[in-house]
Design a protein around this ligand. Structure first.
Ligand code: AR6
Length: 169
């Protein structure tokens, strides 16, 4: 059984085995939570990302997939980078968003991570509606077959926190 916890705050302050990053397929950093993770985690994370690009992801990490690097100076052992879908009003991309959570947990299992912190993937720059994103996140983690013991959703603002707590009730 995986325990689900909700925290309101900054994911870069969490102490867990793995912190999930809402990255983009370039793996070279960006704004939002991605920018915050690279800023606080320091250059070692970007260095690992560049190596991964060179060895495996020359064309970019595909949407819905996940890959791990060092966590640099963060209080975690790994950062798991996943690429959420950009929201589309005309195409249902919920499977891709679910895949981000599932694949991140699969990578966490491979690493032996027992505690994993997730941000609300795709709900910022990628504009996924918060209620839908929260439902997909909670449903996917609840039904995932994983050895991860604790999933912590770290929500940056009240709106995100309310949406996720609504799904857990
Ligand atoms: N801790 C926790 N959550 C955060 C933090 C933080 N420090 N900072 C922002 N959030 P976003 P996306 C929340 O835009 O929508 C980047 O440029 C934020 O309030 O970070 O998946 C990447 O490089 C929102 O609810 O990610 C990509 O290009 C959630 O994190 C693109 O943005 C996700 O917002 C990915 O867009």
């Amino acid at each position: 059984m995986t325990t689900i916890e909700l925290v309101r705050g900054d994911i870069t302050r969490e102490s867990v085995d793995a912190i999930v990053n809402a990255a983009n397929s370039s793996l070279l950093g960006g704004g939002g939570v991605d920018g915050a993770i690279h800023r606080r985690g320091g250059p070692a994370i970007l260095e690992d990302c560049r190596k991964l690009r060179a060895s495996h992801y020359g064309k970019g990490l595909p949407t819905g997939q996940a890959v791990a690097t060092t966590a640099g100076d963060l209080d975690a052992r790994w950062v798991i980078h996943t690429v959420g879908p950009v929201f589309s009003a005309t195409e249902d991309r919920s499977d891709l968003l679910a895949s981000c959570y599932r694949e991140s947990l699969r990578v966490a299992d491979e690493l032996g991570a027992r505690t994993v912190a997730f941000p609300a993937i795709s709900t910022g720059v990628y504009r996924y509606p918060m209620e839908d994103a929260a439902r997909i996140a909670v449903d996917t983690v609840r039904t995932a077959r994983t050895d991860v013991e604790e999933v912590r959703f770290v929500l940056f603002d009240e709106r995100a926190y309310e949406a996720f707590s609504g799904q857990l009730r």
